[in-house]
Structures are given as C-alpha cells and as structure tokens.
Design a protein around this ligand. Sequence first.
Ligand code: 7HP
Length: 187
Amino acid sequence: MEQNDIAQILITEEELQARIKELAAEISQAYAGKEPLLVSVLKGSIVFMADLIRQLTVPHAIDFMATSSYGAATETSGVVRILKDLDEPIEGLDVLIVEDIIDSGNTLDYLRNLLLARNPASLRIVTLLSKPSRREVDVPVDWVGFEIPNKFVIGYGLDYGERYRNLPFIGVLKSEVYNPDDGPVET
Ligand code: 7HP
C-alpha cells in the first residue's frame, strides 16, 4: 500500500486545508473587484488549484500550462519547452500563477517572463510549497503556503514516478522506495 512507503508526514491534511483557507482569503481580498485568471502549471498543482478555487470568493477563470525540461540543461539555463500553452491571450488580464512547489525557481522564472511578455494587467504567483535552500533565481512570489526543508516530498499533487499524487497530505518517502539498497536485508 502506498501509505506504507511514507517515512514521515510533513504537512497534515488539516494543516494544508487550514492554510489554503487563509491563502484564499488573502487572494480574494487582493483581487477584490477584479476577475483574475488562475494559471495552474501541470501536473502537480492541480490538487492545490482545485482546493484553492473552491475557497475563493471573487469570480475567476482558470487555465492550464504544461512544461517539460530540456533535460540536464534546464538545471542551469532554466529553458523549458511548452507542451501545452494557455487557451486564450492574457493581455490586460490579472493573472495568478498557481504552483505546487518552487525549488530552484528556474522553470517558474522562465514561465513568468514568458507570460509578462504577453502584457497582462498584473502577474502574481502563489505556491503551496517552497524550498528556499534550493533557490537559484530570485523569483518574486506573492504567497507561499509553507516553506519546507530540502527533502523530496510527495502527496497532494506531488509525485514520484507519477505515483502518490492522491495522498491528502505532504509526506516524505522512505529512502528504500527510490533506493533499493536501503531496503530490509533478506536473510
Ligand atoms: C519537484 C518536486 N516534485 C516532487 N517532490 C519534490 O520535493 C519536488 N521538488 N521539485
């Protein structure tokens, strides 16, 4: 069972939901009288996006983008390939990028500049998680749900090999899941 692969729960379901309620209240206040477009970056952010929009009190629209790295080069250049672009132009719109996690910041920085070039009225960023110790580019982030240590996390949309996205909490995997050498010794 997937729950057996979890070494530690970092953020519980209750903590996630309480924080998302707070974020939604702040975001609703920030966009009072406006109608923002929320842009979810696939795939990890879909669970956060789904819970966040259900707590928003301002009218809004949603759209999705999908990116893929160019392999190792992305680590240094931050150049990403757009696999799915937005459905509509964003010129003059108040755009809010919805991220699951900010790590180095390279991909997000690239995406932010790409969207800024399309002349939105405003462009802000909300991320559920941030790993400040991993940051390579200083991307201006407007709302951060939780700052977390440099551990590989899964659950609540985040995956390891496409698994674990369904877990309602943020957890850390047992090392033997991705390193069989750490597994129990057979006698
Ligand atoms: C991406 C990502 N995906 C899952 N878990 C993490 O800790 C991650 N960091 N960046």
